[in-house]
Design a protein around this ligand. Structure first.
Ligand code: ASP
Ligand code: MG
Length: 449
């Protein structure tokens, strides 16, 4: 048994759905459980429709047009699609009358995207002669807490999922399950979502709970790459990364997988494979517990571009104890997450996402420290074997020194797989290009371990 997950862009239109259907067909003998996201940008369009409804307008034209046109091109009966679109319109009308949108209602609303796509895919596969059956995640036991918009799955899903899918695994049920990613229900029966990009977690959860041979997440690039190919055209596939490295990559901006999605597979050791839907025979990247062969020093370089650097300098006595505790309490109070950090006895340099509203935080900090803000910064993260940090830093920084680039912060996480630096947004692409050339040689076709 395997799990195959296809994200929004893989099912963005009828052509792509047909293509995905052909991939599922090619893997039919491996007993796939298929997990789908909403078509294309449907989740964004649903959120947009919600905002309009709060303003009093009910408009689902984009969503309606896309799904009805797709159903038509696929030649499938659109009754179920129309039913769901009708329910969606009723919900939006309710919101437009109340002029109010709770997180709970928002989750109910965005769930329509995934619910539409699994119904269409199952129907299309059936039309093509492949037995398939759609499931809303709760039909196979996805229960979560009630933290709407970023719900956590409950322990019992480990038992619920096999209970629902063992008949398929052991051949009693023949139809291929097509399951909604991203959504669940809480104990009260309210629909929840697992956070943006959460379909990855749905897929790895099913794979881990079912003891699948592997969980495949299908993208339109050749797996996990050494760098963003839009920045480095010589970027290559990284054949093997560990769960830990994959999580760090996800946190540091690489659009590979949802950061939390490694957790279930890490527990069971279930292999995750990142594959290219336009290059089906290519093995892609695998994500496993440990490297079996000695890997390259640096696995991948990723960037986070929307970053503000804050320098915080204590106005108190040198070395006063409790300084850090005080500062972090203020960050906690304003719920602002810190990404990269470097400290000395009396000062802290750290980065936060530039979208954060820092007004309250800065006011509170004024009492204990001088602060200095620098927007337009970027993080460059080296996912690497930090046991060899000296070598990695020496090589990389020699190259950066030649270009007269001097990072603001350098930080090595306790995870041992990440060395991060902060530099000007303006020079970040150049930094990545220089580092890529240093660590990977920029020769296309080189074998990478
Ligand atoms: N459709 C959801 C989103 O766009 C979940 C996903 O794609 O994984 O965030
Ligand atoms: Mg999506």
């Amino acid at each position: 048994m395997i799990v195959m997950k296809f994200g929004g862009s893989s099912v963005a239109n009828a052509e792509r759905i047909k293509h995905v259907a052909s991939i599922i067909t090619a893997y039919a003998d491996k007993k796939p459980v298929v997990v789908l996201s909403a078509m294309g940008d449907t989740t964004d369009h649903l959120l947009e429709a919600a905002d309009w409804a709060v303003e009093g307008d009910v408009d689902i034209k984009k969503i309606e047009d896309l799904h009805l046109a797709t159903a038509k091109t696929l030649g499938i009966d659109d009754t179920v699609v129309r039913e769901l679109l009708g329910e969606l319109k009723t919900l939006l009308t309710g919101i437009s009358m109340l002029r109010e949108l709770t997180k709970r209602t928002r989750d109910y609303l965005v769930s329509f995207g995934e619910r539409l796509s699994v119904r269409m895919m199952a129907q299309y596969l059936k039309k093509e002669g492949l037995g398939a059956r759609f499931y809303d995640a709760w039909d196979i036991g996805f229960v979560s807490d009630s933290r709407f918009m970023s719900a956590e799955l409950l322990e019992e899903v480990w038992d619920n999922i096999p209970e629902a899918l063992n008949d398929y695994k052991y051949g009693v049920q023949k139809e291929i399950p097509i399951v909604t990613g991203f959504i669940a229900k809480d104990k009260n029966g309210y629909i929840t979502t697992l956070g943006r990009g959460g379909s990855d977690l749905s897929a790895t959860m099913i794979g881990a709970a079912m003891g699948a041979d592997e969980v495949q997440t299908w993208k339109d690039v050749d797996g996990i790459l050494t760098a963003d190919p839009r920045i480095v055209k010589e970027a290559r596939t990284v054949p093997v990364v560990t769960y830990e490295e994959a999580s760090e990559l996800a946190y540091f901006g690489a659009q590979v997988l949802h950061p939390r999605s490694m957790i279930p597979c890490k527990k069971t050791g279930t292999m995750v494979r990142v594959k290219n839907s336009y290059n089906i025979d290519f093995p892609g990247s695998i994500i496993i517990d440990e490297h079996k062969e000695k890997p390259s020093l640096v696995r991948s370089i990723s960037t986070v571009k929307n970053v503000t650097l804050i320098d915080i300098i204590s106005t108190r006595m040198l070395g006063a104890s409790g300084f850090m505790a005080h500062i972090f309490t203020i960050f906690l109070k304003w719920d602002i997450s810190i990404d990269v950090i470097a400290t000395s006895e009396v000062s802290i340099s750290l980065t936060v996402n530039s979208d954060e509203d820092l007004t309250g935080l800065l006011e509170d900090l004024q009492g204990v420290a001088q602060t200095h803000l620098e927007p337009n910064k970027a993080i460059v993260a080296l996912i690497c074997d930090a046991d060899h940090s000296s070598k990695i830093i020496a090589e990389g920084f020699e190259a950066l020194a030649k270009a007269d680039i001097n990072p603001d912060i350098i930080s090595q996480g306790a995870s041992q797989v990440n060395i991060s630096m902060v530099c000007d947004l303006e020079s970040v692409n150049e930094v990545v290009q220089i580092l890529h050339k240093t660590y990977f040689g920029n020769k296309a076709g080189d074998e990478l371990q």
